[in-house]
Design a protein around this ligand. Sequence first.
Ligand SMILES: [Zn+2]
Length: 153
Amino acid sequence: MERHSRKKLNLIGQTYGHLLVTGPAPNIGNRTAWHCQCDCGRKTVVKTCHLRSGHTTSCGQCLNGGVSSLTYIDGTCVEMLRAKTVRRNNTSGVPGVDWRASKGVWRASICFKGKRQYLGSFSKFEDAVKARKQAEERLHDQFLAEFDRTAPH
Ligand SMILES: [Zn+2]
């Protein structure tokens, strides 16, 4: 007799990036979650959807602390991309969007593979953010897809 188990998957023993799933954790909201052990030794709880989508691949602390080894390809850090880490040392609070006071425009740019690409200047802040977001998705998703295809796991 076939069982329709749309219930909880068993991810124990699976690895996702730096994380090894060690056991089921209580739900987070209405999402199932798992206890994971990171390569750096820390333990963390991650939602199933974040594990399976590749959204979360470490405890999130070792990346900031620089404890674990990071993977750089062409000057782009794979883990930073995955973690969607943003640098907030710019004028707008949005990564890749800067206010150009001399021209009175918002300039959107993206740093990819060690090079900064300019996406254009916009009179409206929202338009600059949108341009940046689109470029981010295009470049970063493409990059991670390439990485996943070629990297040994
Ligand atoms: Zn870690």
